[in-house]
Each structure stands twice: as C-alpha cells, then as structure tokens.
Design a protein. Sequence first.
Length: 163
Amino acid sequence: MSRARLRRYFRHGLFPQLIVFEAVARLGSVTRAAEELHLAQPTVSMQLKKLSSALDLTLLQPDGRGVRLTPAGEALQAACAEVVHMFASIDERLEPFRGKAADTLRFAAEPEARPVAARLVADFCARHPGVQASVRIAERAELLQRLAADADDVYVFKGRERA
C-alpha cells in the first residue's frame, strides 16, 4: 500500500470510527451501538458518515428500524474483527511489562506512638485489603528528616517536643 493511501487512515481518526462501525455492524442498529459505546446517537451517525467518506464507500443501508451491511460493509466488518483481535494480542503481549506495583501506605511513628500507629494501620488494612501498609518506628529527629524528604505517607508523633 502506498504511503499516500495509508495516510488516509491516520488523517481521519479511523480507529474510533472503526470501533463505532464494528458495534453498529454487530448490533445492526445505530441506537443500540450508541448505547453500548455510551455515545449520543448523532455522534455515532456522524462517525459512520466520516468513515464512509474517508473510505469513499457505502458501508451501511437503512433496513427498517436498523441497518444492513453492504458488501463493502461486510468486508470491513471482517477486517474490524481482525483489528480487534490484533489489539487484544498486543495488549496481551504488553501485560507482563505493566507489572502494576501493589499500593503501599507508609506510616512512620515515634516509639511512644507505636500503639496508636499499630491501631491506625490495622484499621486501615481492614478497610483497604488490597493495600499493603508498612510502619517505620524511629526517633523524632529521624522522623523529621524523613518528613522533610517526603519519605512516608503518614507520620505519628506522641506529642510536642519541649524546648
């Protein structure tokens, strides 16, 4: 395929239009496709019109309250299935690289505030089972350094330091 012909597909925002077309072709209805895609019906109609114009083909014909695919529309529907499968394959290949790190909440507390910190951590973990929590117990001077470095999420101090 020539670069000039290939540019047609990028210039017109073809991928969203193909997603809209695929839904309309599968469901046989602009209204049902709009509902499934959470789009307004006129938006779906506009995307279909832009796709038809970009490809310079008639893809759909009215059929009662629904639509029917033209031969070109049938060919495009088959191609859409391949595109959807290709993107699913790409997503599957990339999944191991996402390696979402577990959410962690970092507490830091003075030794005197250990019971309060332990209760806070236990309550938090009970309410948010998917989040891991860690507690660092250290003297006030170290905690103040960690606070300045933004090393933890929550700091628990026992009381005011007297001058």
